[in-house]
Every structure is written in C-alpha cells, then in structure tokens.
Design a protein around this ligand. Structure first.
Ligand code: TIU
Length: 237
C-alpha cells in the first residue's frame, strides 16, 4: 500500500457493489469513540442507553486502525463535545429530554460532553497517535462547524472509510454530509454500533439502498482484505 511499492489501489467487496479505491486519496474516519458514549457514567448512559451495546465495534475498528497505521493512511478521529462555557451548545440540545445529567453537569468522568474532561476523550483502546488528526465537533455531523472539510482538501482525500458510533446518529449524519460534498464513503459495518441494534441494521441499509444512495457498506474483514490486495476493477475512483 502507501508504505510499499505495491499498487496503491484496492477493491473492497462492498454493498451494493464492489468499490475500487486509491488508498493515497483515502482516509480512515473514526467517529466519536469517546468514553462519554461507550463507558458507564457518560453522556450515552445519562440518556438512558445501555452503553455495553457499543463495545462490539471496538475490535473491528482497532484492526482497521492498525492496518491504516501500518499503511501510512491518513487517520482522523472525531469527538463530539462542547466548550466549557457551553457557548457552542444549542439550548435545544441541552434542554431536551429528561436525562439523568445534562450536558455540562458534573458526572463521574467529569462534566458531561465537555471538551477537556475525561469522559470526552477517546477510549484507550483506540487512542489517537500524536501524528493523527482529532476533530472536535459540536454537532452530530463531523463537517458542521469544524475544519474537517479543509483538512480533507489539504490532504487530497476523495474517499472515506467511516466507522464509529452511533450508526444512525453521528455516523449517518457525517456520511450524509460527506456524500453531499462529493466524498465516496465506505461504512465499516461491524466497526459501527448503536444503542439500538435495529437502528444499526437500518442505518446501514439506508446508506447502501437505492444503488448506494449515501455510500457503500463493507465488513472490516472486507476492508482489511482489500488493503492487502492489489486487485483492480479497471475503473477509476
Ligand atoms: N445518542 C446517540 O446515539 N449519539 C450521539 O448523541 N452522538 C453520536 O452518535 N456520536
């Protein structure tokens, strides 16, 4: 791949159809694998969710992250959260529902969903290297009010391997934003998870339906296979 004399293209066995990618124009985008969503006492649990539902995505993401690091692929992590003074948190987001703790309240991992607090950080298993990019975002989509678009342009990225949590919320919102901006998104099915397994399944179906209306869906095994194979479809993408 990028770090070898091998061809820099690979075909991912994806749905609704295989897709050939130029790895040099591809990035791994890991959405919100934060303690606030995956660990007890964080934002996800305050909303009434069973956070253990998300742990299944950790190993598949870890495998693709290792392969991306070995290959020299651009790796971008995102974190959802707000400034300590809450100036970037819409009142509608803070006030909605009846969570046990609201955004900004003190919890066991620090203030809920606030930048700089322990709960806001990425889980140790997938912790970013100093060389990797971390995008802090106030919304569900990773493009809204962030520098992500500029970063992707600067690195000449056209394709995104997308994983993280939760499938139907921040992953789907980001994929929809990316799709409208012209990026090819391949969503790693077992590298995503939801508090609601049925939303996970439907969230993936929505992406790949109608000929891939928002993008492609592939397993981590298929992505890893493509990253070590030099097969080409003869198409350019
Ligand atoms: N609640 C929920 O499913 N998700 C979020 O609030 N944020 C993300 O998905 N990252």
């Amino acid at each position: 791949m990028l770090n070898s004399p091998e061809p820099t293209r690979g075909v991912i066995s994806a749905e609704p159809e295989p897709i050939e990618l130029d790895w040099s124009k591809s990035a791994l985008l890991i959405i919100d694998m934060q303690r606030d969503f995956l660990e007890p006492g964080g934002f996800g649990e305050t909303l009434g969710n069973d956070v253990s539902q998300l742990s299944r995505a950790v190993k598949p993401i870890g495998a693709v992250l290792t392969a991306a690091r070995d290959a020299g692929m651009l790796v971008i992590h995102t974190r959802e959260g707000h400034l300590p003074d809450l100036s970037d948190a819409p009142r509608a987001k803070i006030e909605r529902g009846a969570p046990s703790l609201r955004i900004g309240d003190a919890g066991p991992m620090g203030r809920i969903l606030i930048r700089g607090e322990a709960g806001h950080d990425i889980i140790p298993e997938l912790y970013p290297l100093d060389s990797e990019i971390v995008i802090d975002k106030p919304g569900k989509g990773a493009f809204y009010a962030t520098e992500l678009g500029e970063v992707l342009e600067r690195y000449g990225i056209e394709n995104l391997l997308v994983c993280g949590v939760t499938t139907e919320v921040c992953v789907n919102t980001t994929v929809r934003e990316a799709n409208d901006r012209g990026y090819r998104c391949v969503v790693i099915s077992d590298g995503c998870a939801s508090y609601f397994p049925e939303f996970h399944a439907m969230g993936l179906k929505m992406i790949k339906a109608q000929g891939g209306i928002f993008g492609w869906v592939a397993s981590s095994a298929a992505v890893l296979e493509a990253m070590t194979s030099s097969t080409t479809l003869g198409a350019t993408s």
